[in-house]
Design a protein around this ligand. Structure first.
Ligand code: ZN
Length: 77
């Protein structure tokens, strides 16, 4: 499942300092975030949001993922 999901720590993450719950939404494609910081099986997550929604709350999106997403899908800011 591709889409915007909160980055989540847990069994899919190692126990480094950065593995805590992210307060930002990341765009996942093939279970990997665009920014490369997160890998998770998004099929099991229910905390995703509609792609259109992120345009209204870009401050809650990971900036790296957001920029790449805009480029990748040719979405005008
Ligand atoms: Zn990201």
């Amino acid at each position: 499942m591709n889409g915007w999901f909160l980055g989540v720590c847990g069994e899919y993450q190692n126990d480094s300092r950065e593995s805590r719950m992210s307060q930002k939404y990341h765009y996942f494609e093939n279970n990997e975030s665009f920014c490369g910081r997160y890998q998770q099986a998004t099929d099991y997550f229910e905390n995703g949001i509609e792609s259109g929604t992120i345009l209204h709350i870009p401050q809650h999106a990971c900036q790296k993922c957001y920029k790449k997403w805009l480029r990748e899908f040719h979405i005008a800011e």
